[in-house]
Write a protein that binds this ligand. Structure first.
Ligand code: SF4
Length: 249
């Protein structure tokens, strides 16, 4: 994350790289923080994360909107923002990523899968997403995220409790035992109205697909428009009994 930490604008630089912490230390930190930070503002939660983890922290963004990236750009200019570039994104999504990189004080890192879509087609057959989406998500999202997170002790997401019943119990801070890292969800308690308010207050870039009837946005083969009144995530993997890509389970 070196370049992102250069202090160009007179804003405070991110804190120095803290020592690596053991999984036990991270677990303890997360347990304490989950209690202390519940009910606190998104800014306070974000500040705790960047104060605690410094350069060993990143934001992850699907570039559906750039609210969390924007939040952290205010609290910790130059912060790393990891985007999983699956090779199967809508152009509208790549446009949000490029706008974030151009307009916000963050260091966008696009992480690619080990195989291009063409190489994957060669190895697994074409349209793996239509036959085995879990396998496709593993290759194009889960493994790349794990690889990206090896540089960090903690990462932030834009998960919200009101997005779907599967996310209703999302804590603001949690220890992910499988990854051995601390997951920070600063806007877990926000409603859609809170998100909309933040977007208009700060003029945050939003994926144009929301205006075209999409409720939740992922790779193009696995995303369809949602109908009025439908759960926003109903448009994801609509042909399968699948609601999560495996990044958040
Ligand atoms: Fe593959 Fe669909 Fe998962 Fe994207 S969302 S990685 S296309 S299965």
């Amino acid at each position: 994350s070196g370049l992102g930490l250069i202090n160009l604008g007179g804003a405070p630089a991110a804190p120095a790289d803290p020592a690596r912490r053991s999984a036990d230390e991270l677990r303890e930190l997360a347990t304490q923080a989950a209690r202390d930070l519940e009910g606190k503002s998104a800014e306070e939660i974000a500040k705790w994360a960047t104060d605690t983890f410094g350069a060993r922290f990143c934001v992850t963004s699907s570039m559906a909107d750039a609210v969390v990236a924007h939040l952290f750009s205010r609290v910790s200019p130059g912060v790393d923002v990891v985007f999983l570039d699956t090779g199967l994104h809508f152009p509208e999504t790549l446009k949000v990523r490029d706008t974030v990189a151009r307009t916000m004080n963050v260091n966008v890192r696009s992480i690619r899968p080990r195989m291009t879509v063409g190489q994957q087609d060669g190895e697994y057959g074409p349209r793996l997403f239509a036959r085995s989406p879990d396998e496709c998500c593993f290759l194009r999202k889960v493994e790349p995220l794990e690889r990206a997170l090896s540089d960090y002790d903690s990462w932030a997401t834009g998960l919200r409790r009101d997005e779907s019943p599967t996310r209703a119990n999302t804590p603001v801070v949690a220890f992910d035992a499988k990854k051995g890292k601390v997951k920070v969800n600063p806007i877990a308690a926000w409603t859609q109205a809170d998100v909309d308010r933040y977007i208009s207050r700060w003029n945050v870039p939003v994926n144009e697909l929301f205006k075209k009837g999409y409720g939740s946005i992922g790779c193009w083969p696995c995303t369809r428009r949602t109908k009025a009144g439908e759960d926003p995530r109903a448009g994801r993997w609509a042909m399968f009994e699948k609601t999560e890509c495996g990044l958040h389970v």
